[in-house]
Design a protein around this ligand. Structure first.
Ligand code: COI
Length: 373
């Protein structure tokens, strides 16, 4: 596993019938997240004998697998979420792709899958973005969302050892805001899931594994049934410590006294929540905006009390797809409260502007986070 062979070459076989310019422009004018995909995809295979091999850029198409392929039975699958942003001058930039590659490999280790050389991962992403550059939208708040993933392909029901063959694939879809209104990001209402848990110590919570998301749908549907946008996961032991929102991390803006600077607090990476690239970027950006920062822990009672005392003034979710989504209201089985005035707060919006400014090239990237493709 994890043989360190760097494959920098992919066999490029462009689609002979790409979508026409007019049809593509129609789709790009209002891209809906995850529904329409670009003309091409990347595939790369691994097996125990050859390591990584057979890299291709080819037409977006169905994947043929035997029904006995291990992924269908034991869910050995990991993925990433990243974006390519159209810059002001028309060029295209990726945001911290090496971080996604490193997290992908951390997920691979946890799921007993082969690691992919970081250079190969980034090269695959760049190749697809270059080939499908016409698909990177120009509109405000739009981007090309990239979804690298890996599945176990060995045709076996055996459960003695992990699969001995894998498929790595990258697909891409034009995207606009994950949560949106015409006037900017809405404030979400979130549901506190006290019945279910997302991850426990020693489990796969820190990995971006499909199984974590599969197990989250029930509580997410409960959230929607209760009139909420997203589920907030609490710890698996006491069901009171705030962890994350499944597809996004959570950040709290705390103001201990009126003459103190506001501070950004986010649940610490205890092994049960996902180490978000956006989360990490915001922690780093907070200092530039004169904010304190900490990685700590907060329980549901503290969340409510600090909101009522004006010590938590804003809360937001952050992730690649969601960017920064303000949270305005919290609902539990027997409890409900509003954060601030229930609307997107100023610190949230400043952080959002700063992050998007760097991603879209409006603000100089002195942190070296963007990579022009
Ligand atoms: C992302 O933000 O990229 C994710 O993978 C979250 C997913 C729920 C859309």
């Amino acid at each position: 596993m994890g043989r360190a062979v760097v494959i920098l070459d992919f066999d490029v076989r462009p689609n002979r019938k790409p979508l026409s310019h007019t049809d593509r422009q129609a789709l790009l004018s209002a891209p809906v997240f995850g529904k329409v995909f670009t003309d091409h995809m990347i595939t790369l295979r691994w097996d125990a004998e050859r390591g990584w091999h057979d890299g291709r850029l080819e037409e977006f198409q169905s994947i043929a697998l035997p029904p006995s392929a291990s992924v269908f039975h034991y869910g050995q699958e990991i993925f990433e979420g990243m974006k390519a942003y159209r810059q002001q001058g028309g060029s295209i930039a990726l945001f911290r792709p090496e971080r996604n590659a490193a997290r992908f490999n951390a997920s691979a280790r946890r799921l007993a899958m082969p690691e992919i050389p970081v250079e190969t991962f980034v090269r695959a992403i760049e190749l697809l973005v270059r080939q499908d550059r016409q698909w990177v939208p120009h509109g405000a708040g739009t981007s090309l969302y990239l979804r690298p993933f890996m599945i176990a392909t060995e045709p076996t029901l055996g459960f003695t050892l992990p699969s001995r063959s894998y498929l790595f694939c990258v697909i891409a879809c034009p995207a606009s805001a994950y949560f949106s209104t015409r006037t900017g990001p809405p404030a979400l209402t979130v549901w506190l899931s006290q019945e279910y848990a997302r991850a426990a110590s020693g489990g796969t919570g820190a990995a971006k594994a499909g199984g974590n998301y599969a197990a989250a749908f029930l509580a997410q549907r409960e959230a929607v049934d209760r009139g909420c946008d997203q589920v907030v996961w609490l710890d698996a032991v006491e069901h009171t410590w705030v962890e994350e929102m499944g597809g996004m991390n959570l950040c709290f803006v705390q103001q201990s006294a009126a003459d103190e600077p506001a501070s950004l607090m986010t649940p610490a990476l205890t092994g049960t929540l996902l180490p978000g690239v956006t989360r990490d970027s915001l922690l780093q950006l907070s200092g530039r905006l004169g904010l304190g920062r900490s990685e700590g822990r907060i329980n549901v009672q503290q969340w409510r009390k600090q909101c009522e005392a004006g010590q938590i003034t804003e809360v937001f979710a952050c992730g690649t797809a969601a960017v920064i989504a303000p949270v305005g209201r919290v609902r539990g089985a027997s409890d409900e409260w509003t954060i601030g005035d229930g609307r997107p707060g100023p610190v949230t919006m400043r952080l959002r502007d700063e992050l998007l400014g760097i991603q879209y090239g409006r603000i100089p990237d002195d942190l070296g986070w963007t990579r022009i493709v």
